[in-house]
Design a protein around this ligand. Sequence first.
Ligand code: FAD
Length: 580
Amino acid sequence: MAMDELIDGLSEVSCDVLVIGGGTAGPMAALKAKQKNPKANVVLLEKANVKRSGAISMGMDGLNNAVIPGYATPEQYTKEITIANDGIVDQKAVYKYAQNCYGIIEELDSFGIRFLKNENGDYAVKKVHHIGTYVLPMPNGETVKKALYRQLRRARILISNRYMATRLLISNDGRVAGAISVNTRTAEFLVIKAKAVILCMGAAGRLGLPTSGYMFGTYENAANSGDGYAMAYHAGAALANLECFQINPLIKDYNGPACAYVAGPFGAYTANNEGSRFIECDYWSGQMMLEFYNELLSGKGPVFLQLKHLHDKTIEEIESTLHKVERPTRGLFQKGRGTDYRKESIEMHISEIGFCSGHSASGVFVDEFARTTVPGLYAAGDMASVPHNYMLGAFTNGAVAGADAMEFANHHDFAEFESADVASERERVMAPTRREDGIPPNQIEYKTRRLVNDYLQPPKVTRKFELGQRRLAEVREDMTERMIARNAHELLRALETQSIVDCADMAAHASLYREESRWGLYHLRTDFPEKDNENWFCHTLLSKKDGRMTSEKRDVQPYVVPVADDEKDLYDKQRIRASA
Ligand SMILES: Cc1cc2nc3c(=O)[nH]c(=O)nc-3n(C[C@H](O)[C@H](O)[C@H](O)COP(=O)(O)OP(=O)(O)OC[C@H]3O[C@@H](n4cnc5c(N)ncnc54)[C@H](O)[C@@H]3O)c2cc1C
């Protein structure tokens, strides 16, 4: 058999809880579901291989948002996140995370993932954020995936690698009934019936084109093409605040984090071309990104991560983390360029846009139990709407989702679905393989992402967005009528491209709906340049209704932790004022 030859096949299995995406949140969700009911069947489905998949595939430098007794309180953290998100937060989910995450750190510690400790054996947390102290380095962070995988094997979780989920199955009464997936090496179909399904498919990281010049040289793990967002949408789930784009600071051309969270606690800082600081702290809210953007435009750019003022030994310590743990390619990149941190600052830039709650707030809407608006369907990690939850949020909310989903499965039988739904999904998936000639997926993807950069990258201009929507509709037509896939690998790319086009449409639709500016650069609308709390102090929910994309408002739920009036705009005040 030639590699990736298409094979006609369909099998069906069933399980109690199906977890889709085996990166960070997924493994934890699967573990907790199994712990809740050891007799039940839990399947973990992954497009790549759970051993090395997702944002943490190579490792991670540390926890960005650890709420550890003695350093920060759940109340403080909840307040910080509320302020960073301009108040548009359902605090219950954030507060629950803040209360649970310490237990998860201890559990990860027991898995063999080490966290930085001081002489007394206490966690050595570093200060980066505005109010509390939350950053906990992970000196052996490159072993995260291995440690997780061991736990999955021990708990006898059924792992299906190289299966890409394409659509959810929904019963006539609107409950989740399972998912359809396709093998990425053979194109054989696998239908998985499940009583509850947890989506952990990460960010939509291939939405814009990166400055690296490579389609896969993205900030996010490039396998995260927004399939989760697209699947939730087509299943009728609501998606929250998609206009709150993810935009991150990164090393120019390398497209990875610089990373201020690692280097900051050692005394490094973000500076302009004059060597001056222009922001007070390195907490990357949308407001911070706007300051960064303005600095780049002001003629005072480029912007740099400044560390050449530090002692040689300190730089060595920073390098030993930055170049070995999370992204080992970072060291290779600097070496290739001949950049020595002792002599030269690191040029930084702002990333392409994406959806991600991990760093921002755009995700499938979930409550504090990780429940979406579709009964039996859960979401956790970067694709669920709990804002700024990063890696520890993926673990913690993954755990919440796993336990609650198993509880749901314990009390429900399988929901029925129409076999015609499977047949029509097979037709949709295989359509590009049935054409003799046409446009390969990478060309459709490139064009879509170029349009995203041209029309959707903030500042958001209404006219540009409307033109962007028209151009995207033309691409969609090409994609539906003319895209070809000549082997199973190309079929995977073709499916990813469809998710990317769906996400681009959602990004445009959600942005045009919110008629104000908020979250700094994330949603800066030139036609509505002011924040309008009177009309827009609310979430927006986007969903598919009667086959059409619609948006509506949702009230911000009453706060659990009050925020005083004079604290609300703290992040607006982080720009350093010129003193002369
Ligand atoms: C470069 C970078 C640096 C970061 N640094 C830090 C840090 O220092 N500290 C910190 O706390 N956080 C950090 N983060 C954030 C953190 O890594 C993420 O928030 C977290 O890992 C997200 O977990 P997740 O489970 O949602 O997604 P992921 O871990 O990315 O997992 C998603 C999984 O879903 C799979 N998948 C996608 N589509 C499908 C499909 N259709 N079918 C089946 N499977 C699918 C993917 O292959 C992947 O394995 C960083 C993120 C990045 C990108």
